[in-house]
Design a protein around this ligand. Structure first.
Ligand code: 5GP
Ligand code: MN
Length: 339
């Protein structure tokens, strides 16, 4: 994988470009890809953003989101665009398997794959160019750095700024996680000077939910939460019937895993959701407990030190038992709370 800066001299020659991200894109996946999109179209490139799956409706206000293709609904057309691309930017994921059904066409496409990502253990051998940096708050921050160092800083217009801000804001938990460095605050200052309306972004992301979602959260916190004080751990297990009852859509469960971390002393929080075709897990931790390793070891997943996910094909009750067993195996680390 050559360094990302080697593509700067090639930026001005017109190209067919595809930008993609991990399945079920979150704010950072959508923000980083659309931020890059609004930058690249200014060179006259033909740029298409393709998401491997659908996404949460609270992201749909983002500039350019109405042009994003949902791969699962446009397989033939998307395959053709991907096969004809000179460059394929892969943002906010570390292995091609994170694109689900798109993996095959991404593997065989003749264009150059370019990685921009902040997850651990990237599949570097499949990328021609790229940068992977686990110390970065978000992929959106990396897109900002890429643009800022390209010599085209002035192409950060309000569309680019809104998309980048969305990614950085969501992946830093609104600028509270330890990944929020001075560089992140400098980035925000720069975007503000470029007339970013940050309140608009906060409102669009956080004050845009359905009544059903709020009632669903109430139900989950009241009936589905289990706290293991001896291990500083909390678990939420959501049966599929709850999702159906409250008409829960993609993205409605995002952020739920963070609630139990607000209980004093909690070091590990987990949510296991029965999505029918699979059981999806999310893990969050505070301090030293490494949920990336935890998710890899027990739940066929991965992510970051303090935020990771995984999945299982076993029934919900079995996954819950597996979680409790894994928690007990890590009892020594979990019971001694240290930042
Ligand atoms: P979330 O819990 O919000 O879905 O994901 C938290 C972090 O873990 C994100 O950075 C996400 O990319 C990563 N992640 C979530 N699920 C998986 C998974 O199944 N496999 C891997 N490798 N990473 C995951
Ligand atoms: Mn991210």
């Amino acid at each position: 994988m050559e360094p990302l800066r080697n593509i700067y001299p090639l930026l001005t020659a017109e190209k067919n470009i595809v930008i993609t991200m991990h399945q079920k894109p979150d704010g950072d996946a959508m923000g980083s890809t659309l931020g890059l999109y609004h930058f690249l179209i200014q060179f006259g490139h033909k740029v298409t953003v393709i998401s491997p799956t659908n996404w949460a409706s609270f992201l749909s206000w983002m500039p350019g989101c109405n042009k994003v293709m949902d791969y699962e609904r446009t397989i033939e057309k998307s395959n053709e665009i991907i096969q004809n691309a000179d460059w394929i930017f892969c943002l906010d994921f570390n292995t091609l398997s994170r694109t689900k059904r798109m993996e095959e066409v991404l593997t065989t496409a003749k264009g150059k794959r370019i990685l921009i990502d902040h997850h651990q253990q990237p599949q570097v051998e499949v990328f021609a160019y790229g940068e992977s940096n686990v110390d970065k708050s978000s992929t959106a921050e990396m897109v900002y750095d890429f643009i800022a160092a390209s010599g085209y800083h002035d192409k950060i217009n309000t569309d680019v700024a809104e998309c980048i801000y969305t990614g950085v804001m969501t992946d830093t938990g609104s600028f509270r996680f330890p990944s929020t460095t001075a560089a992140v605050h400098n980035l925000v200052a720069d975007l503000k000077e470029r007339r970013l309306n940050h309140s608009k972004v906060h409102e669009a992301i956080y004050d845009n939910f359905s009544e059903n979602r709020l009632r669903f959260i109430g139900n989950v916190l009241l009936n589905r939460l289990e706290v293991f004080y001896e291990n500083n751990t909390a678990l939420i297990a959501v049966p599929q019937a709850d999702l159906i009852k409250y008409d829960i859509k993609t993205g409605d469960t995002e952020g739920l895993v963070n609630y139990p971390l607000g209980i004093e002393g909690m070091k590990l929080a987990a949510i296991i959701i029965d999505r029918g075709e699979e059981r999806k897990c999310s893990f969050r931790s505070k301090g030293e407990f490494d949920v990336n390793t935890f998710a890899r070891k027990y739940f066929n997943g991965g992510g970051h030190v303090n935020a990771a996910g995984g999945q299982s094909k076993e029934p919900l009750e079995t996954v819950v038992e597996e979680f409790k067993k894994a928690m007990k195996e890590n009892r020594d680390q979990l019971s001694t709370y240290k930042f």
